[in-house]
Design a protein around this ligand. Structure first.
Ligand code: SF4
Length: 367
């Protein structure tokens, strides 16, 4: 394992995969990428599906917000040392024979001590024997996600929603500390601009690292056997309908004619003209306006009934309606919530998969 400083231009412009003297070098942030796409990159194939300007803007906005997360963590009592963005520290880890993984950690640090500021003040005033809070630094991997991906991460945990980010943090831990410690994933919701974190215990972080590098070890073997041959393509890891392929810069090279197909899998039974669609939209708007006005009337009537009940000092009463007698009553509802952060910390990903399940439904939204 080596730790070196490199210029920011070197680090940020480094390809996801390249051939080096010792074999194959993979960028830590590309640990979850398709092996065939990595092969295209390492053999310097021309990009056929460049990233759209909108996606680049999104990516740059996400990167620019990372220091915001670090400052928010410090305000919440975390001790955080962030990477120098102009001169970031680079780490290289030998994952397997002929396979190295390299990258630049976002930050290291540790959570607020148990007991928070009060404990720290007590230690300062009375000189506790042992330091308060965790003594050792942990790797902090900072991510920014849109609202849906943020919610998915909170609910499922990073090992299920973004396992590559856990492997990436484990790589930095190995590179910086020579051992896989607990790692922290700190994520900002770019919609609501709130942040949250998850601590992945060392054993689980190490497993994510082994899973990711075990997959790439096959690519390193492929390189050892075939050399840097652009024609000797490894198997595809995904199919055209997967988002990985739809966003892949080599989609047209790998699967010609498949670009964009996944978006058109819902065909209307009968062709609908633009004019018919516009009329349907106007009808939708008229109906929405009527519903809003009716909802406002309903809320006003309920408010009056609530005051009437309160005035009688009752929680339930009978009242004659236009067609029948009805009961007007206060209903108490109870909601239960799950602390996903604690659940994720306590359970292995496989156990969580049995408890927190995921289902996908589709509906049409007009905004
Ligand atoms: S198009 Fe899909 S299978 Fe082909 S290289 Fe890209 S991600 Fe891999």
């Amino acid at each position: 394992m080596t730790t070196t400083a490199a210029t920011s231009t070197d680090v940020f412009s480094r390809p996801a995969a390249r051939f080096v003297a010792g074999g194959l070098e993979i960028r830590a942030s590309a640990l979850g990428q398709c092996r065939r796409a990595l092969w295209y990159t390492a053999t310097e194939q021309p990009v056929t599906n460049p990233t759209q300007p909108e996606s680049l803007t999104l990516l740059e906005a996400g990167n620019a917000l990372e220091p915001v997360v670090v400052r928010a963590m410090r305000r919440a009592g975390w001790r955080v040392s962030a990477a120098d963005r102009d001169d970031p520290m680079s780490v290289t880890v030998e994952a397997a024979p002929g396979l190295t993984v390299t990258g630049h950690p976002d930050a290291t640090g540790c959570p607020p001590s148990e007991g928070g500021d009060a404990a720290a003040v007590e230690q300062f005033l009375f000189g506790a024997d042992e330091p308060v809070g965790p003594a050792e630094d942990l790797v902090i991997e900072v991510k920014t996600r849109g609202p849906k991906a943020f919610k998915r991460w909170q609910t499922l945990g990073a090992e299920r929603s973004h396992p590559e980010s856990v492997a990436q943090a484990a790589c930095y831990s190995l590179g910086l500390f020579g051992e896989c410690r607990d790692v922290v994933i700190a994520t900002l919701d770019t919609g609501a601009r709130v942040w949250d974190h998850e601590v992945i215990p060392a054993a689980r972080a190490e497993r994510a690292w082994r899973n990711a590098t075990g997959r790439l070890e096959a690519l390193a073997k492929h390189h050892a056997e075939r050399g840097p041959d652009p024609e000797a393509l490894p198997e595809r890891d995904f199919t055209a309908s997967d988002w990985q392929c739809q966003r892949c810069p080599y989609l047209n090279l790998c699967q010609p004619g498949e670009a964009g197909e996944a978006e058109y899998d819902v065909e209307p039974a009968e062709p609908v003209s633009d004019e018919q669609a516009r009329e349907a939209l106007r009808e939708y708007e008229r109906t929405q306006a009527r519903i809003k006005s009716l909802e406002a009337d309903k809320r006003g009537a309920l408010k009056t009934l609530q005051h009437w009940l309160l005035g009688r000092g009752e929680t339930k009463a009978k009242l004659e309606g236009s067609a029948k007698q009805r009961t007007v009553g206060v209903v108490t509802s109870r909601r239960y919530s799950v602390d996903h952060q604690r659940l994720n910390a306590l359970l292995e990903p496989e156990q969580r998969a049995e408890i927190v399940t995921e289902s996908v439904s589709e509906y049409l939204r007009v905004s």
